[in-house]
Design a protein around this ligand. Structure first.
Ligand SMILES: NC(=O)c1ccc[n+]([C@@H]2O[C@H](COP(=O)([O-])OP(=O)(O)OC[C@H]3O[C@@H](n4cnc5c(N)ncnc54)[C@H](O)[C@@H]3O)[C@@H](O)[C@H]2O)c1
Length: 246
């Protein structure tokens, strides 16, 4: 309990499987939360659940690919809570097409959410974190940001970009005591998996004998957001049941 006591944490994609689980656990650990997503109804549901358990929550409908949107999120966060200590850049989308089936439009849409969204988050949160004497940014990449799968070309490229953007941000912001790390989830049972026709195959290919759960990721994000990880920056936390260990 209280691993995030007094910390103000922004979570993007908070209406989704992993984001909503992070919201619940982070609130139990004492965080004040800013929950954002494009899915307004889902966001309201998640926020109501957190508030019912005594959590202090601000919700903002926010498209992470929008620069204006990020300015608003940071302004409203500071107005409500006075500071921002951690950002979980979690929002993401997927397409599963190979390179020749990927249209330019699909490519750009995926990069704009998964990669540009994270760039903008880092760009607009760091000045506020600097004012607070530091902070922690956790970028959700994927095992598909480390290894190829033979499909989902645009997704792989976007998640690989997150991995390297994170490392260079870690180097750039260490002097400001702002830590920047990635998490690389494996196959995690959330709504994103609903459109994946290869789940059984992926499960068989995963050494650990079950699919991942949102909670498996949450506790990694909690560690990286908290002061328990103050010497950890630029690292890749792979949480995949051993998929990439083979
Ligand atoms: N589920 C998996 O197997 C898996 C594996 C590796 C990585 N990931 C990554 O984990 C993160 C969380 O995904 P999840 O599994 O919870 O999926 P999810 O689909 O349940 O949640 C994603 C959330 O992002 C929101 N979102 C989509 N576009 C947005 C935008 N433009 N602006 C703001 N919010 C937007 C959605 O509304 C949704 O609530 C994503 O970045 C995803 O790529 C997931």
């Amino acid at each position: 309990m209280n691993r995030l006591h007094g910390k103000v944490v922004i979570i993007t994609g908070a209406a989704g499987g992993q984001g909503s689980a992070e919201a619940r656990v982070f609130a139990q650990e004492g965080a004040k939360l800013v929950l954002t997503d494009v899915a307004e109804e889902g966001l309201k549901r998640v926020a109501a659940g957190v508030k019912n358990h005594g959590g202090d929550v601000l919700t903002i409908v926010h498209d992470v690919s929008s620069e204006e949107g990020w300015k608003t999120v940071i302004e409203q966060t500071v107005e409500r809570f006075g500071a921002v200590h951690a950002l979980i850049n979690n929002a993401g989308i997927i397409t599963r097409e190979g390179i020749e089936e990927t249209t330019l439009e699909m490519w750009e849409k995926i990069q704009s959410v998964n990669s540009r969204g994270i760039f903008l988050g880092i760009k607009y949160v760091t000045p506020e974190m600097r004012k607070s004497g530091g902070g922690s940014i956790v970028n959700i990449s994927s095992i598909w940001g480390i290894v190829g799968s033979g499909g989902s070309a645009a997704y792989h490229a976007s998640k690989g970009a997150v991995r390297l953007l994170t490392k260079t941000a870690a180097v750039e912001y260490a002097k400001d005591r702002i830590r920047v790390n990635t998490i690389h989830p494996g196959v995690i049972k959330t709504p994103m998996l609903a459109t994946n026709k290869n789940v059984e195959k992926l499960k068989e290919q995963t050494p650990w004998p079950r699919l991942g759960r949102a909670e498996d990721i949450v506790y990694g994000a909690l560690y990286l957001a908290s002061d328990e990880s103050t010497f950890v920056t630029g690292t890749e936390l792979i949480i995949d049941g051993g998929y990439t260990a083979k």
